[in-house]
Write a protein that binds this ligand. Structure first.
Ligand code: ZN
Length: 374
């Protein structure tokens, strides 16, 4: 894998990933104003969770016509100046978190926000201590999987899927090294039903300045499990799933694909390594090779379920940068809101209001259908 760094017209970083050596980046010809993100995270006093407010993102590009796609290479509206590329990652022009967010000077008495990156400077909304607030520092990148506007990750050659995995791992390392970042989330949203605003095959990477609520909860559970049993929660779950077998979709030498016993979504699958690895950067060459095969296979099974491209979210759960690296095992969670060819599951009162999930589709049945779709 060869990596080439460059800068866009407004100073944002862009990184090309190629299988072959020799890329010479084309300068960005645009006249772009400097990025001025205003990201702010406020802690909900009732749940302790950070909520991020990004007023500048309301003007972002929304479903442009194909000839104005910002992810197609080399066009006048393109974010990627080169006339062609394999895999490329660049700083999002409309970020939810950005190290460019102005950070006020730390005053002598200011505390480090609980559960947040050390650069965060804590003040409070209305000056009230119940409403802690910090700048939404961090990093958001867009990762393009191909320069072909009409392709899908599921239909790309294996070598390209492998290169995407290599880019994910490299960006996980790079963002983890940023002082603003506490946790790196690599994910893909696919389909307008999921809320995708650009059709070009791409994913995103968020470097959060805090540990996310789901990760914090998993760390608590893994810690309690270790105290109670001495065992490693993710390894024990994987062993139990493999022993039961009824929810296994496919297993390899290094990875297992399964539908979790308490799946929340009408279609949900997890892809978990057999070894304890905290993040994508920690995977061996052999593990990356097999992941490319199994992940592409899972995406193809998903598209075969209803005979049409499945709208999905696929996200990599990774251990935070600075804690719980022995507790949280890397795994992929893929889910879809499609519960029938013409039916979408909306997050209604119980899920949205209470966080209590009701799933109409038995996980064992989903696993059976995903096995049959291979
Ligand atoms: Zn495009």
């Amino acid at each position: 894998m060869f990596r080439t760094r460059s800068r866009l017209a407004d100073g944002r970083e862009i990184i090309y990933f190629d299988d072959r050596r020799g890329r010479v980046p084309v300068p960005d010809p645009r006249d772009l104003p400097a990025v001025e993100p205003r990201c702010e995270s406020r802690r909900d006093p009732l749940t302790g969770e950070w909520v991020t407010i990004t007023a500048h993102r309301n003007t972002r590009t929304f479903l442009p016509p194909a000839d104005q796609c910002p992810l197609c290479p080399g066009g006048p509206a393109s974010e990627i100046p080169d006339p062609g590329y394999e895999v490329v990652s660049f700083e999002n022009r409309f970020p939810s978190f950005s190290a460019r967010t102005p950070v006020p000077a730390r005053s002598a008495g200011s505390a480090r926000p609980e559960g947040s990156a050390s650069r965060g400077v804590l003040d409070a909304v209305d000056g009230h201590e119940l409403f802690p607030r910090m700048p939404g520092t961090g990093r958001c990148e867009v990762v393009c999987f191909t320069d072909d506007h009409d392709a899908t990750l599921a239909r790309l050659p294996l070598s390209r899927v492998r290169l995407v995995i290599e880019a994910w791992a490299e960006r996980t390392s790079a963002l983890s090294a940023m002082p603003e970042v506490e946790q790196v989330f690599v994910f893909e949203n696919r389909g307008v039903e999921i809320g995708v605003t650009l059709h070009h095959p791409h994913g995103q990477i968020y470097g959060y300045p805090f540990v996310t609520p789901r990760t914090a909860r998993m760390l608590e559970r893994a810690s309690a499990h270790r105290d109670a049993t001495g065992g490693e929660l993710f390894g024990d779950v994987l062993a139990a799933e493999r022993a039961a077998g009824s929810r296994i979709v496919r297993a390899g030498e290094h990875w297992t694909v399964f539908v979790p016993a308490a799946a929340r979504w009408p279609v949900e699958a997890h892809v978990m390594p057999h070894r304890h690895v905290p993040d994508l950067a920690g995977l061996t060459e052999d593990e990356r090779d097999e992941l490319a095969v199994l992940y592409r296979d899972l995406l193809r099974r998903c598209d075969a379920l209803y005979g049409a491209p499945l709208p999905y979210v696929a996200g990599w759960h990774q251990a935070p940068v600075g804690e719980g690296r022995d507790l949280l095992r890397l795994h992929l969670q893929l889910f879809s809101i499609r519960r029938a060819p013409d039916k979408i599951k909306y997050l209604a009162g119980s899920e949205s209001g209470m966080g209590a999930w009701i799933n109409d589709v038995p996980p064992e049945r989903v696993a059976e259908r995903l096995r049959a779709a291979g």
